[in-house]
Design a protein around this ligand. Structure first.
Ligand code: GLA
Length: 711
């Protein structure tokens, strides 16, 4: 039997690096000029085929074309004219890098190629990691100023300015056409999936806001234009970064498509002094042979197994008071809501904005994280204790990166905010942003949050961020653009420390809804507040986009009041529930205004959700249809026994009966019991012909179908 090839290998004689995952192979070659260049990314190839692979070259050889294959990280040197993922300037004004491979390391599933510039004190490690059982490949770069001793020539030391350091450049194979799938939106309309033909041009996906952003998410997928949920090859990537970012997709006229991406937006620079280094976040890539559905399931699996801190813990049914009470919070009102929430089966009560400082509106108090005496005369502990007695965990909203000008914190430390003294400060939602890049501000934030958690017996923090970066100055700092990186790293660090110091503490990521959802924030949080828009019809589109990359257990989804606060649309309670049950279910309405019948119906639906929770939160998700007509999502237990299908049809049309829903994930050789109707069906019938979606008549119709494999 031939030996199984290792997951990661490097052959120095041929300069050939190969990464193998269960369903894909990735290969690159270090060329004679020292540059690592892309060779292959796609379905599994055997080692002989790989050795025979020619390097891709541009078809038209002339003095105006580069003949070489795409770089793994393109420097600004030589005949390279595409977007450069590495842009550096040395003290003498020279740009770019000319590499020599100085060595490599293979440790477990990780490969590092050690590169050094031939003349300047610059070194780069290109890093690659695969994980057992996963087709996701993670890539990042560590760039170092190797100091005066690292220079081969003593006249070329001095600081190195880094204008761009991407995590990786990815290359798709030659395809007859290219289509780009990506997520765009805005506040209240995050994660809208767009699927467009890729133009022969450079297409930039970016956030310049200092947050991941509502407007674009750092995920994309490429296919040849024919892939579907079930079929076709898909190449997709996701950047693990929670600040500004930029991904440039370059389709050239000869048909080559590459994309380079990393942290920071254009125009920022960082200076490396001798001995300093800069490490990028990971940019993960995934090849899938079986359509967008399989790609999403592979990402979900990756997020669960390698990103989330506690994937096996049930996400609790939360009650959050924001839509019910806004800033008008006080002990008695919150306790009343908590009692009702407990009656409905909520497992966590979150007191949202308005509990602290002089926070009676969004004009004052941010930064002063002590309970507002008029609202909580004895502090928060009595409420926390009552909530615990009711059998729920206690959660608190915080927005630690932000400050109102009208706050004691800002009066004491006006210099702590991100600002440019010679420019007018832009207030967004009447607030300014603290510069967490400053060590004393990071220390204050950590200390304050630690105290908040300890003093009020907090089990859960909803960490919000309701503005983005403007006037991005750091007066007095020699390298002020570091703010864009250092702030984000400090946020991550504080979350990590809080979790480490308070085992059991859970954190929900929020930034005015889904403004900061990415693989880096999910590495230290349990779920994300998907959108401030809780209208169930709008949510169907938001959830569809969210699910392309992120698993349902991270998608917080509340049932709120009707008519909806954001859209004014009225929908039945059952429809609102069925939409929200597709994620981490929560409740967010003013329960004091719900009728006894509504409260009973809600309690029954919460109980039903708890039954299907293991499937939704830890099963495999199959999107049966995209929003538009009937939207349906199927959750299957990993072992294939239990199944739940949530079906929603916002608008009915005369004569258009909802068609049977095929469930292609079922085993055609098995039989399935319908747990509600008692009938048994063959898997072949359900997979091919489908199941009746059982939608009631009228608009906002929905159903939940539960199946169990019986043989
Ligand atoms: C943001 C959040 C909301 C709520 C408010 C409070 O908009 O997304 O859920 O917490 O802030 O001000």
């Amino acid at each position: 039997m031939p030996a199984t090839p290792p997951p990661v290998s490097f052959d120095p004689a041929r300069g050939l690096a190969v990464l193998r995952t269960p369903g894909s192979v990735y290969a690159l070659r270090v060329d004679a000029d020292g540059s690592p260049r892309h060779l292959y990314w796609g379905a599994v190839l055997d080692p002989d085929d790989l050795a025979a692979l020619p390097a891709a070259v541009s078809p038209a050889a002339s003095s105006f074309e580069s003949e070489a294959a795409a770089d793994e990280l393109a420097p600004q040197t030589g005949a390279r004219f595409g977007p450069a993922g590495l842009q550096v300037r040395f003290a003498d004004g020279t740009r770019g890098a000319q590499w020599t491979l100085t060595g490599h390391t293979v440790e477990g599933n990780e490969l590092r190629l050690h590169l050094a510039d031939r003349r300047y004190p610059l070194a780069a490690d290109l890093c690659y990691r695969v994980r057992p059982g996963s087709d996701v490949i993670e890539r990042w770069v560590e760039l170092s100023h190797t100091g005066p001793d690292g220079a081969n020539d003593s006249d070329v030391s001095g600081p190195i300015v880094v204008d761009r350091l991407d995590s990786a450049s990815w290359t798709a194979p030659a395809l007859p056409d290219y289509r780009l799938s990506h997520l765009v939106g805005g506040w209240n309309s995050e994660f809208r999936l767009h699927r467009d033909r890729l133009p022969v041009a450079e297409t930039v996906l970016t956030s310049r806001r200092g947050l991941t952003s509502h407007h674009a998410n750092p995920w994309l997928a490429l296919d040849d234009g024919t892939a579907t949920e079930e079929h076709g090859e898909v190449w997709s990537t996701a950047l693990a970064w929670s600040g500004s970012w930029r991904i440039t997709v370059h389709r050239d006229p000869t048909g080559r498509t590459t994309w380079t991406g990393g942290f920071g937006h254009e125009g920022l620079s960082w200076t490396l002094q001798p001995g300093e280094s800069l490490q990028t976040p990971a940019f993960a890539g995934l090849y899938t042979a079986h359509g967008f559905g399989a790609a999403s399931r592979a990402w979900h699996d990756h997020v669960r197994r390698h990103v989330l801190p506690e994937p096996e813990r049930d996400r609790p049914v939360v009650y959050n008071s924001w839509e019910a009470t806004g800033f008008a919070v006080d002990h008695d009102g919150q306790l009343g809501l908590a009692r009702l929430a407990a009656r409905l089966g909520a497992e966590l009560f979150v007191l949202d904005d308005g509990w602290f400082g002089a926070r009676t509106s969004d004009r004052a108090g941010l930064g002063d994280w002590t309970p507002r005496p008029a609202a909580f005369p004895d502090g928060l502990r009595p409420l926390a204790d009552e909530v615990h007695r009711l059998g729920m965990s206690f959660g608190l909203w915080v927005e630690p990166e932000m400050v109102n000008a009208d706050s004691d914190l800002h009066r004491a430390h006006p210099d702590w905010v991100v600002h440019t003294p010679t420019r007018d400060a832009t207030e967004l939602r009447n607030q300014l942003m603290l510069n967490f890049g400053r060590p004393e501000v990071e220390a204050w934030a950590h200390r304050t949050l630690d105290q908040v958690v300890r003093e009020h017996d907090v089990d859960w923090l909803k960490w919000d961020a309701n503005r983005v970066v403007t006037e991005a100055g750091w007066p007095g700092h020699p390298d002020p653009d570091r703010l864009w990186i250092d702030h984000v790293r400090a946020v991550h660090r504080i979350m990590d420390r809080l979790r480490a110091d308070h085992p059991g503490l859970r954190i929900e990521a929020c930034a005015g809804g889904g403004g900061r959802v990415d693989l880096a924030v999910l590495a230290r949080t349990d779920q994300a507040w998907t959108s401030d828009n809780t209208d169930p019809v709008d949510r169907l589109g938001i959830q569809h986009g969210f699910s392309q990359l992120y698993p349902a257990q991270t998608m917080a989804a509340w049932v709120t009041d009707s008519p909806n606060a954001a859209t004014g649309r009225s929908t039945p309670l059952r429809f609102r529930f069925h939409v929200a049950m597709a994620g981490a279910l929560g409740l967010g309405g003013d329960l004091t205004r719900w009728t006894a019948e509504e409260l009973d119906e809600a309690a029954a639906l919460v109980a039903r959700y708890k039954e299907i929770r293991p499937l939704v939160q830890r099963g495999r998700q199959h999107r049966l249809s995209a929003p538009g007509g009937v939207t349906a999502v199927h959750y299957a237990a990993e072992d294939g026994t239990e199944h739940a299908v949530l079906v929603c049809r916002p608008a009915t049309r005369f004569g258009h009966r909802a068609p049977a829903l095929p469930l292609p994930a079922l085993d055609p050789a098995a039989h399935y019991l319908d747990l509600d109707e008692g009938a048994t069906y063959s898997g072949a019938l359900l997979a091919r012909q489908g199941i009746d979606p059982r939608l009631p008549a009228g608009d906002y119709a929905s159903s939940l179908i539960r199946l169990r494999r019986v043989d």
